[in-house]
Design a protein around this ligand. Structure first.
Ligand code: ATP
Ligand code: MG
Length: 422
């Protein structure tokens, strides 16, 4: 019998939930300000959606998918990413009523059969944005600036935005020929994975994180010199927009991304804080994917961010506000009942309250209050019960006021408001 969780999946327990929710809430707020509309999509699709949408030769499709047969013998896959699903849904829902542009965001679990490590799970969570519309660099700017705003609003300062352009299909295939020529002379020095990539998907050679392959990248031909006029001006315009908005970026000619469907812009948000798993958001332009699914062309641009990686970057810095306004401390059986009924009255009036139902010593109850990081305690001891009042104490300044029960709600509301707690 095994009652433990499988490798690479996590429980998000209450001690982690505040920061978890803060990350998601912040992203949703920013996306809503940009008028991206939320969609909730299935966690499984026909395998074909990903195999064709992401590309057979990618790491995801070739070795990371959780694929199984359903009872009717159909091949299904737990979604490893959101873009292919969203494109499928966009096409299946009448291209979202055929508006000239459509802006979406999503948030939820993804599944990849990877070797679990810090920041690399088998079930992980992403939020992401997809902008279906035209080929304009304005749209690239919109989604990059949205992710930049989320990053800043989360309080992350140690990060870099890397950008590149991988051009059009024709430009890229000329580049790949050149890349193959370069690597053909160095085949013996490649890692085993890259020896295979050399045959199946040479662009991926630039993605490799092995040290032996890293050295070879120093003199590798640059894709930027293969870009034609259209790709070049698209890229320049995006860079100019970022500069006008004061968004710092670094150009990285090795940034080709792990998925097949990209064209022109690629970008990543990276940090030095996460060790090996240093990318926390990534995306780019994909102008051919909608056409592949529906036969009708519609350029698009999008990205996805890893919530677990953002969490790891913030966990030492984040000090959440308590969700409680008041913690009631009581001594004696009369006071215990009074605590229960007082909590009921206060909650009915929109104040969040808790108390220790088992009682215990004053000190033990104080410990609970501290764990909840609650700013105010309402004391009900024998003195208070006899005098028919309660004592409200500010846990930090230790200031106290006597509160009469008949005006308790107003008095407490006033004090919370004065202290900006309500
Ligand atoms: P990596 O190079 O780290 O494997 P990727 O290129 O496979 O990343 P994408 O498919 O672009 O990642 O996914 C976007 C984001 O989702 C990543 O930048 C990362 O933050 C997150 N992510 C991807 N795979 C995982 C995973 N297995 N566990 C946790 N987060 C992940
Ligand atoms: Mg990966």
């Amino acid at each position: 019998m095994n009652f433990t969780k499988p490798p690479g999946v996590e429980d998000i327990f209450p001690d982690r939930i505040d920061l978890w929710n803060f990350i998601i809430k912040t992203a949703k707020e920013v996306f809503t300000q940009y008028n991206f509309k939320e969609v909730v999509l299935p966690v499984m699709e026909f395998t074909e959606v990903f195999a064709r949408g992401i590309g057979d030769e990618t790491d995801i499709v070739s070795k990371e998918m959780f694929t199984f047969e359903d009872r009717g013998g159909r091949s299904l896959t737990l979604r490893p990413e959101g873009t292919a699903s969203l494109v499928r849904a966009f096409c299946e829902n009448g291209n979202y009523n055929r508006l000239s542009s459509s802006k979406f965001f999503y948030c939820g679990p993804m599944f990849r059969a990877e070797k679990p490590q810090r920041g690399r799970l088998r079930q992980f969570n992403q939020f992401g944005v997809e902008f279906f519309g035209d080929d304009s660099p304005f749209n690239d700017f919109e989604i990059i600036s949205a992710m930049d705003t989320v990053t800043k609003r989360l309080g992350i300062t140690d990060y870099k935005l890397l950008i590149n352009s991988i051009g059009l299909d024709t430009e890229r295939s000329a580049y790949i020929d050149e890349l193959k020529k370069y690597y053909a002379a160095h085949q013996d020095d490649l890692c085993d994975n890259c020896k295979r990539r050399f045959e199946t998907n040479p662009l991926r050679l630039l993605d490799c994180k092995e040290a032996q392959c890293g050295k070879l990248k120093e003199d590798v031909p640059r894709i930027t010199s293969f870009l034609g006029e259209e790709s070049r001006s698209h890229y320049s315009e995006l860079k100019a927009l970022l500069e006008s908005a004061g968004i710092d970026y670094t150009e990285d000619h090795l940034l080709v991304r792990g998925l097949d469907y990209y064209s022109k812009t690629t970008f990543e948000f990276t940090t030095t804080e996460l060790g090996g798993q240093n990318t926390f958001a990534a995306g780019g332009r994909y102008n051919n994917l909608v056409e592949l699914f529906s036969g009708k062309p519609k350029p698009a641009v999008g990205f996805a961010a890893g919530i677990e990686r953002l969490y790891l970057m913030l966990e030492d810095k984040y000090r959440p506000e308590s969700s409680l306004d008041i913690f009631i401390i009581h001594t004696g059986s009369e006071a215990q009942k009074k605590a229960l009924l007082t909590a009921y009255e206060l909650r009915k009036n929109g104040i969040s309250v808790d108390y220790d139902p088992t009682g215990g010593s004053f000190k033990a109850q104080m410990k609970k209050l501290n764990r909840e990081r609650c700013h105010f305690m309402l004391i009900l001891s024998e003195d208070e019960i006899l005098g028919n009042y309660a004592t409200l104490r500010n846990a930090e300044t230790r200031e106290e006021v006597k509160i009469q029960f008949d005006t308790m709600i107003e008095s407490i509301k006033d004090i919370l408001q004065l202290n900006n707690k309500k």
